[in-house]
Design a protein around this ligand. Structure first.
Ligand SMILES: CC(=O)[C@@H](O)[C@H](O)COP(=O)(O)O
Ligand SMILES: NCC(=O)COP(=O)(O)O
Length: 255
């Protein structure tokens, strides 16, 4: 079975746009878990544009109390700075069940590629070992859409990882353009190669209600999907009607 980890980064985007504490990231995570989500994901960025270090601590406490998976994403090579103690330090403080390493740079709008294991293996290895020594399952963000990514994916096992997370942005784009089948064939091949090397397979980025089913039908054995951007957007559409009705009720009640 594939489990769903909800990424609540976007709740923090909205909160930070006003300052203050609303919408509340922990309350949103509680609502996701109450609805049956299997875990919570966050990807604190060093520039603190959304999830901050204090959110990571609060969500770690929530998920530990509820006995569900906390998946912390980040770049192990990003240096600490004021407000961001560094990925390993955050993991030391919170001991997430899963640490997902992502090679993203500061200037990136969002994550847009996986590791090049041929190039990055030696530098990644000590980080993977340190995280495993903390008791974290380690997953590495990986490309399936490029020839280099597909050819190198099994090497994540030699680096010491437990899983890879297939970067699904290019799949989502292809699916939206009506061209998802060729792309899912590549992802299925990547999943099989990773599994043959002993790695578990996760997937994430730009997955949505429109593209998730086709992906999971085509790609074998996906253990976890982490979904944030589309899910939070869809939740707004789903929730707007009842919320507007509650406001109208207040207007009615005070007439
Ligand atoms: C690792 C990954 O795929 C990202 O999707 C990420 O978690 C989303 O980050 P942003 O919310 O900052 O775009
Ligand atoms: N690892 C992917 C993730 O957490 C969420 O990505 P997105 O759904 O916000 O694109």
């Amino acid at each position: 079975m594939t489990v769903l980890s909800v990424n609540v980064n976007k709740i923090a985007v909205l909160r930070n746009s006003r300052g203050g504490g609303e919408p509340d990231v922990v309350r949103a995570a509680q609502a996701c878990l109450a609805a049956g989500a299997h875990g919570i994901t966050v990807h604190p960025r060093p520039d603190a544009r959304h999830i901050r270090a204090d959110d990571v601590l609060a969500l770690a406490a929530l998920t530990r109390a509820q006995g569900v998976e906390f998946n912390l994403e980040g770049n192990p090579f990003a240096p600490p700075r004021p407000g961001y103690p560094g990925f390993l330090a955050l993991c030391e403080q919170t001991r997430p069940a899963q640490a997902t390493l992502v090679p993203d740079g500061d200037a990136q709008l969002t994550s847009d590629h996986g590791f090049d294991f041929q190039r990055d293996a030696a530098t990644l290895q000590p980080h993977v070992q340190a995280l495993k020594a903390l008791g974290c399952r380690v997953s590495l963000f990986a490309d399936a859409h490029t020839d280099n990514g597909l050819a190198g994916i099994a090497q994540a096992a030699a680096v010491g990882a437990d899983r890879v997370e297939l970067y699904t942005g290019p799949y989502a784009e292809a699916q939206a353009a009506g061209d998802g089948a060729a792309m899912t064939a590549r992802f299925a091949q990547a999943a099989r190669r990773a599994q043959a090397a002993g790695l578990g397979v996760n997937a994430g980025h730009d997955l949505s209600q429109d593209n998730l089913g086709a992906f999971l039908r085509a790609v074998p054995g996906v253990l976890e999907v982490s979904i944030g951007h589309a899910l939070i957007g869809e939740a707004l559409y789903d929730g707007l009607a009842s919320t507007v009705q509650r406001y109208l009720q207040i207007l009615d009640d005070t007439r």
